[in-house]
Design a protein around this ligand. Structure first.
Ligand code: AMP
Ligand code: TRP
Length: 336
């Protein structure tokens, strides 16, 4: 068995404001991984345009996602931070993976079904092959571990299938088996208005999510307005199972305070939501406030952000180019 170096790759789309879901499900977890892995974090602009993006908004959101990563503790000295479109290996390898992946595999992807909705005929072809590009992102670096929120699990299984089929079709042991890293107390943060829907950048209701750009006042207001039920808080996690809104707020509290949900349940047993929400609002502001402020500061230093992204792209390109060259060789592309 070939030994693969332990390398992390993960990405966020610049398709709107970063949310509390992005932070707790993904970015917060990345910070600690910088110490033990080689880490590559990508603003996936090629993925973003699978649904319409206004060009000026896209440019701004790309910087904003980079600023959000840095403000959350991703250190450009420890990690590579760059935007996907600047490293051509992503799109090139994605094409090859379009020829490896099967229609049947993509037809099973639940995110496509959700995003395309009833209007499947009008969805972009890019949205359909989105998971092939995601596999290319990861495998262009032979990354071994991918930290994401729970919603990306199926895409990572597809990445493994693509790597395996490529290896077996060509009789090589070239691509590694990718390990998903889905951890923390909030791997699936739900909407503040509906405990059965994922908190998402694209939800039309602003009150459904907390954005990393929200002011302290706004964060507090959204937490206080979050939907709940009328019962008192339970003493154990099992009792939260049919109370999705309560469960979501407890998970958020646990993740923000680096505690287990059990501990949060124990300390609020029998209490009402008013006290709990007031504490959650304070905690959210305490943790997110400094991140928002640092993001705002970084956004006023565009050339600093651009320098980081440019340098990151060069470093990423250096890692991906030899891997892509080897893929060409394996596939049989003549280099005349
Ligand atoms: P996206 O915003 O779709 O590009 O997602 C970027 C990262 O954030 C991925 O790792 C997602 O799994 C994660 N993520 C997005 N929304 C949520 C959520 N509501 N709960 C947990 N993780 C999330
Ligand atoms: N599809 C991911 C999401 O929307 C973003 C993403 C793109 C990604 N490429 C990736 C995540 C590679 C991890 C690894 O959440």
């Amino acid at each position: 068995m070939t030994a693969f170096k332990q390398r992390i790759f993960s990405g966020v789309q610049p398709s709107g404001n970063l949310t509390l879901g992005n932070y707790l499900g993904a970015i917060k977890n990345w910070v600690g991984l910088q110490e033990t892995f080689e880490t590559i974090f990508c603003v996936v602009d090629l993925h973003a345009i699978t649904t319409w993006q206004d060009p000026e908004t896209l440019r701004n959101a790309t910087r904003e996602v980079a600023a959000g990563m840095i403000a959350s503790g991703i250190d450009p000295k420890k990690s590579i931070i760059f935007n996907q479109s600047q490293v051509s290996a992503h799109a090139e390898l994605a094409w090859i993976f379009n020829c490896v992946a099967r229609m049947g595999w993509l037809n099973r992807m639940t995110q496509f079904k959700e995003k395309a909705g009833k209007n499947r005929e009008r969805a972009s072809v890019g949205l359909y092959v989105y998971p092939d590009l995601m596999a290319a992102d990861i495998l262009a670096y032979k990354a071994t571990h991918v930290p994401v929120g729970a919603d990306q699990k199926q895409h990572l299984e597809l990445t493994r299938d693509i790597a395996q089929k490529f290896n077996s079709d060509y009789g090589v042991e070239f691509f590694p088996e990718v390990e998903p890293l889905i951890f923390g107390e909030a791997t699936r943060v739900m909407s503040l208005r509906d405990g059965n829907a994922k908190m998402s950048k694209s939800d039309p209701s602003e009150n459904s999510r907390i954005n990393l750009t929200d002011t302290r006042d706004l964060i507090e207001k959204k937490v206080r307005k979050a939907r709940t039920d009328s019962e008192a808080l339970p003493g154990s996690v099992e009792d939260l199972n049919d109370r999705p809104e309560a469960k979501n707020l407890m998970n958020i509290f646990a993740a923000l305070s680096d505690k287990k949900v059990d501990e949060i349940c124990a300390s609020y047993e029998g209490k009402g939501f008013a006290e709990f929400k007031s504490d959650l609002a304070d905690l959210s502001v305490e943790i997110l406030g400094p991140i928002t402020e640092e993001m705002t500061r970084l956004m006023s230093e565009k050339s600093y952000l651009d320098d980081i992204l440019r340098e990151g792209s060069h470093k990423a390109d250096e890692l991906a180019t030899p891997i892509l060259t080897a893929v060409h060789e394996i596939v049989g592309f003549l280099r005349p």
